[in-house]
Design a protein around this ligand. Structure first.
Ligand code: DX5
Ligand code: ZN
Length: 224
């Protein structure tokens, strides 16, 4: 399972150092909040451009905004290789995904905790990634919603039934207590925010989480 640190809870006065500390990550997760779709504002393309200059890691933009079609191009231009839009925020989701791909980026869809997986059925082949929210979007540091374990397992089965290859990402409340179970449930990529960018060294915290993933996967192999 890959790990994607979200910089939302990083030290914004030392963002370059924060990103440098997680150089062992698999990609950087950028939480874009517009104060409308979610009750919080984060940052825009100017910050993303600066992030692009400070790391070689892939950048993914998680757009928690009411008008993803008009904002997606900003973040592609700023250097994101993957754009994730909320199914609930896009009026014409198929069109939103095509627009992103036409601009040369990969496209993903995020689903809020209460949104059923069935909305993915007719766009599944267009997706590089499905992001399952495991908190209600808007803030870092919230508690993981346990019902999402079943949602992950169901999506793993649906992906096979639909003969698709999108990655399954989980976002929100991922920490040392649940990361092993998420790996075992079939998550391909986990967003880690406050579990990495909190007290202590972000690089060490990331590596500790990675060790837990490896241990839980070894445990699963041992049980087979
Ligand atoms: C929530 C964001 C998440 C979140 C991750 O709206 O999409 O990426 O900030 O932070 P933690 O891991 O602290 O929940
Ligand atoms: Zn996010």
């Amino acid at each position: 399972m890959r790990l994607a640190p979200s910089i939302l809870t990083a030290d914004f006065l030392n963002l370059g150092a924060a990103i440098g500390a997680v150089a062992q990550a698999d990609e950087i997760h950028l939480d874009i909040m517009d104060g409308h779709y979610v009750p919080n504002l984060s940052f825009g393309p100017i910050v993303v451009q600066a992030v692009r200059k400070t790391t070689d890691l892939n950048l993914s933009a998680h757009l928690m905004v009411t008008n993803p079609d008009s904002m997606a191009p900003w973040f592609i231009e700023a250097g994101c290789s993957l754009i994730v839009v909320h199914a609930e925020a896009s009026t014409h989701l198929h069109r939103s995904l095509q627009n992103i791909k036409n601009l040369g980026a990969e496209a993903g869809v995020a689903l809020n905790p209460s949104t059923p997986l069935e909305v993915l059925e007719y766009i599944a082949h267009d997706l590089k990634r499905v992001l399952l929210m495991s908190v209600n979007p808007g803030f870092g540091g919230q508690l993981f919603i346990p019902a999402i374990y079943d949602k992950i397992k169901k999506l793993v089965k649906l992906r096979q039934a639909w003969s698709c290859s999108f990655d399954i990402e989980v976002d929100g409340g991922v920490n040392a207590d649940n990361i092993g179970m998420l790996a075992q449930a079939g998550v391909d990529i986990a967003v880690v925010g406050s579990a990495v960018f909190g007290p202590g060294d972000p690089g060490e915290r990331l590596q500790r989480l990675r060790r837990q993933v490896i241990e839980s996967q070894a445990h699963l192999e041992g049980r087979k």
